[in-house]
Design a protein around this ligand. Sequence first.
Ligand SMILES: Cc1cc2nc3c(=O)[nH]c(=O)nc-3n(C[C@H](O)[C@H](O)[C@H](O)COP(=O)(O)OP(=O)(O)OC[C@H]3O[C@@H](n4cnc5c(N)ncnc54)[C@H](O)[C@@H]3O)c2cc1C
Length: 500
Amino acid sequence: MSDMEKGIATIRHHLKDPDIISTDSEDLLAHGYSEWSSVNVETLPVAVAYPKDTEQVRTIARICHKWRIPIIPFSGGSSVEGHVSAPFGGISLDFTFMDKIVRVDEDDMDVVVQPGVCWSDLNRELERMGSGLFFPIDPAPIAKIGGMIGTNCSGTNAVRYGTMKDWVINLTIVLADGTLIKTRRRPRKCSAGYNLNGILVGSEGTLGIVTEATLKLAVRPQHYSVAVVPFNDLTCAVSAAADVIRSGVPVAALELMDEAQMRIVNDGGVTRPRVWQEVPTLFVKFSGTVASVEDNIDSVREIVRAYEPGEFEFAKDEKERELLWSARKESLYSLLAMRKDGNTDVAVPLSHLAEIVQASKEDAKRLDLNACIKGHIGDSNFHENITYDPSNPQEVENVKLAVKNMISRALEMDGTCTGEHGVGLGKKTALLSEVGNDTIMVMVSGDLCETNHDPTLAGAVSWPGHWQSISDEFCLLYQRLIKGALDPNWIMNPGKVFDR
Ligand SMILES: Cc1cc2nc3c(=O)[nH]c(=O)nc-3n(C[C@H](O)[C@H](O)[C@H](O)COP(=O)(O)OP(=O)(O)OC[C@H]3O[C@@H](n4cnc5c(N)ncnc54)[C@H](O)[C@@H]3O)c2cc1C
């Protein structure tokens, strides 16, 4: 604590800007506790820093590195696995004032942005400019570029446009000790050297701080349509979705909500006056030219016919299209308005989708939980939202068990414990089961030396620090390991992804 206070005083002294650091208790709470998150901790950050440019971020990092103060990068704060919590105190680094769209290059179809730019604001600006371009990755409407890179997020558009990693051209990164690097130049493809974007995108603020990003932009389709397709049962809805994907018909988004989720949307009233049938429902977005959209709608209608869907409802105009899509986009907000919510996501190979969705639903029923299923079904990625009473120990235990079972099932099917939300605090054990100890060790630390390599070197290290006493050989081995090389003092978002 005293080191943290000294570090904060040094930052204040060096940056000579009274607005840079806040220790206001409400500010600390707003940064260390998240209503969105399925997991929280009792500790809070000691301070919140609001840098205004890359140089200020470098100064903060240098000082934190020296005093070993944790840095928790914070952009929109919408992540759901305790990513921005502060289990070891430290400084939450908030990018509210680094929110500039630095440059839009329409000819090259790319944009340079600071980390505090919200993707929905970026799209509004691109539309206002009449650029005919847009940024297609769409997680929570409040999410910002820094955090979206942090979690390698996706959203409803992923089935057509992929995930955040596919849209990053280069990154400007401040490393833990204040070193500044740029991962690449500006061509859309590049084979020069290691793919540092690949390491940093999805690193959840544990390897470095994004202070600028060059992102690809997509051409805005001429025409959209949204169809809402009700089914009598969940397996039919999921199997129909899988058949659409296998057919290769280019849908722009393919989302599922089960009957419980549809009920929640109706009860939440966010789409009033529209009220929905409370049955498993697919939301299908089509985009392209008018002719191609009509063609694709006909194809999808034909493909899903075998599963005896109800009437297709289509948006007649843009306003109605937004209303239809809002039922899907607003679903988490409706849930939060209800009660404490646990939200987890897994993804599996397409052929296992119907089986895992059904099994997870049955498991939740067996455990007497109030759960609903929704998800980016077109990517074989789905979410289970469980609303529960956190003061009821039995219910809390059942929620944990349901989540554990769902993850185990996904892993048994060669799936992943998280398709898009990330690991954060909540899924560290699951990550270990998913990739195994040796892979974790490549991500993390010198323990690999102790377990798999020359045992005589093991005693040479007193982790963390004391680099001087480590032999050259050990250093070489150690530096091959990603976290150890980029953040030797383990100050970048400690406690997330894996433990030391
Ligand atoms: C209503 C709702 C809907 C959602 N829908 C989706 C969805 O469809 N798809 C999806 O993928 N996710 C979804 N999410 C989760 C969330 O929106 C995403 O994880 C998003 O990417 C988080 O962005 P953020 O700006 O809020 O990040 P934050 O929560 O601020 O941070 C996320 C992580 O990135 C790190 N980070 C933040 N800024 C930086 C930086 N400058 N440099 C380095 N690291 C940084 C943080 O330390 C943290 O580990 C949803 C969440 C909500 C609440």
